[in-house]
Design a protein around this ligand. Sequence first.
Ligand code: GLY
Ligand code: MN
Ligand code: MN
Length: 461
Amino acid sequence: MFARDTYVTRREVLQSQFDGGLLLFLGNSDSPMNYADNPYHFRQDSTFLYYFGLDQADLAAIIDVDAGTTTIFGDELSIDYIVWMGDLPTIASRAESVGATDTKPRAALAEILGRAVSAGRAVHFLPPYRAETKLQLMELLVISPEDAGTEASTQMIRAVVNQRNYKTDEEVAEIEKAVATSVSMHEAAIRMARPEMKEMEISAEVERIAMAAGGSVAFPVIATINGQTLHNHFHGNTISEGDLFLLDTGAQTASGYAGDLTTTFPVSSHFSEEQKAVYEIMLSAYDAAVSSLAPGVSNRDVHFTACRVIFDGMKGLGIMKGDTEEALAAGAHAIVMPHGIGHMMGMDVHDMENLGEAYVGYAGDERSTQFGLKSLRLTRPLEPGFVLTIEPGIYFIPQLIDVWAEEKALGEFIDYDELNKWRDFGGVRNEEDYLITSDGAMRLGPRKPQTVDELEALRQS
Ligand code: GLY
Ligand code: MN
Ligand code: MN
């Protein structure tokens, strides 16, 4: 949690974007795994954390723009709750710690919102992503769960995005802590992996390190010998000599800020010649993308900078052919790089994805429908204060190769006979996190081992 003034100032900035009305924030509740008393680990809503800093369940808040008040809504703990779960400071002292002017019991929320609606006052709220929140909106504002997303306030979405997209020094320091822990998770995994281990032994160790640092993982761990499956959450395979191991994991600090790194390393002590060839193309694409980061540069161009290196590298291997610019425009490279170069990162690993990438990463740019490019989460020109990931990859996805080969799709750019020889290769990716500065970009956290030499040295240690 930051100092009181951080939250007061954040709310003042937000409030100044509105002429009147109420801004409603619904914090998260506990979410049951299999029965009510057995919940998932609690995660507060990130926007609630950003403006109010209170990391406990069942809170809500209203900023009354006309009256200039901030009210925290919540109920004091019952003696039964205290007996089973322990005590917490009163709602009043929690509210005071973040500079909120008033507190009220939770039941007052319905009455206050009802009065505002009857008086024709605007009630702004953000799109809900949990069923419980949709049900609360239905009860409080008589909005059906299906309509809760479209009824959300675009003015509030834009105002929140326009604040949270620009990270302050104290936020950057938190993200650097998250990345430092994330680097430790990756180094431990690179050192420990041995043939005959299960993927889950490695995923368990990286989760342990994230939790021992006081937080948790920021998203489900990807720890796999099948790196060609982009968000692979299965950890049941046994790893063997000759495999490539892809680890995509990051820690989240106790205050909720994320890190997001990917490393690909050989299970054997060395990369094979083929693995090295593909890995080095991918790493050159990574380096080119990083070198292109600067304020004013469109992240679409950063994406294509990486894709160009990948396409030319695939040409060098005889897998692709033809004019590079024409191939990139047609999307031929996407058969081996079907995702975007990166995304905003902050309190959410894909920052504010719940508010809509149209606002966070596109800001008015039109989203492509082309395979590959449609998965780019961020195209807008980069600005100082943005924190984003750079994460190119090269993947040989047998099912995708078969679908495209069947149609001879973009056959002028792809040699399917050659491509098919690589169908069992798997996938490689490298990912680190960057802050856009006034004149370029700065890697966040310590440098992660990533060159062939660095990785092979760790595999032999
Ligand atoms: N961990 C998912 C991603 O890198 O976007
Ligand atoms: Mn990642
Ligand atoms: Mn990422």
